[in-house]
Design a protein around this ligand. Structure first.
Ligand code: VAH
Length: 308
């Protein structure tokens, strides 16, 4: 059985629903600190879980016959900068709890998301390669980079089949985002729809790697379904779909809402974004397990505006 930790978050809700569709509702146990998200209600088993409580997690894994864990609970980049030590503690201890139980209980597979936030201002900004200088400057990026090292260690040292993706900024409408720097690209759609205008907290030419949630969910499942022999990267695969700036996504929205206007008031998140890549080279994901994105900016914009 599969346990999803952080099932009420931006990724967790959609990943839980997709996993239930694939493996059967009762075979996917959803868990979170928060109370059950409306979209999950009635779709399968739900338990309240604090992933920081290793004993409670261990009991839950045994009681529910869990063989795979998807760990999505984390403090994201913008929120993390407000409380660095808490973000470090939560992002690291939750992963170490899961990795150690995976080893003790010989679990089949573990999924844990990394992020393009592992890269910093000294990494090449264009088509950032899988293996390059990695000097993260946010605590979120530091915790994701350290987490990648731990995943590779538990795989090489103890044979734990843990797999990971360096997600770009993810855009979706089903569940609220959790304090990310890229979340302007979600807010903009809601503001455009409700007020026909949006003030961006990133400057107009801030290019960032982005991906529509359906692509991210499919990439996660394709990675986890791939034969273990194909997974050559045991830190976290670079993953990419598109890159755009606030100006570009604004122009795309304007094609649908002609009276839409934008303003720019960069805040502390501008500095975070400036340290991240403009675009990502994900050729290893394409080569090793056949990754291929399906949503570009035009198709994502059309789908977002139709659904919110
Ligand atoms: C964040 N959405 O902004 C996340 C993601 C690459 C960005 O890691 O923190």
């Amino acid at each position: 059985k599969i346990l999803v930790i952080g099932a009420c978050g931006q990724i967790g809700v959609e990943l839980t629903l997709a996993l239930r569709k694939m493996y059967g509702d009762s075979n996917v146990v959803a868990s979170d600190l928060r109370e059950e998200h409306d979209l999950l209600k009635g779709t399968g088993p739900y338990v309240s879980l604090d992933v920081m409580n290793k004993e409670m997690l261990h009991v839950l894994v045994i009681r529910h016959n869990i063989t795979q864990v998807y760990l999505l609970a984390a403090i994201l980049s913008a929120t993390g900068e407000k409380n660095p030590l808490l973000a470090w503690h939560i992002n690291m201890q939750s992963l170490l709890n899961v990795l150690d139980i995976a080893k003790e209980e010989n679990l089949d597979k573990i999924y844990w998301p990394s992020s393009i936030a592992v890269f910093g201002p000294n990494s090449p900004a264009a088509e950032t390669p899988q293996h390059t200088i990695i000097e993260p400057t946010t605590i979120y990026g530091i915790s994701k980079f350290a987490g990648e090292r731990w995943c590779e260690y538990y795989n090489h040292r103890f044979g734990v089949d843990v797999r990971s993706l360096r997600y770009p900024g993810l855009i979706s409408y089903k569940s609220a985002p959790g304090g990310g720097t890229t979340d302007y690209a979600i807010e903009i759609f809601h503001e455009a729809k409700e007020h026909k205008k949006y003030t961006s907290f990133l400057s107009e030419n801030t290019y960032l790697p982005m991906m529509y949630m359906p692509d991210a969910i499919r990439a996660t499942i394709e990675l986890m379904e791939a034969d273990a022999s194909k997974i050559a990267v045991r830190s976290a695969y670079n993953l990419s779909a598109m890159s755009f700036s606030p100006k570009e996504i604004g122009a795309e929205i304007k094609k649908h809402i002609p009276e839409f206007t934008m303003a720019y008031e960069p805040d502390y998140r501008q500095q975070i974004a400036d340290g991240w890549p403009n675009s990502i080279d994900d050729s290893l994901a394409r080569q090793d397990w056949g990754w291929k994105p399906e949503y570009d900016l035009a198709r994502m914009t059309e789908d977002m505006l139709r659904n919110i």
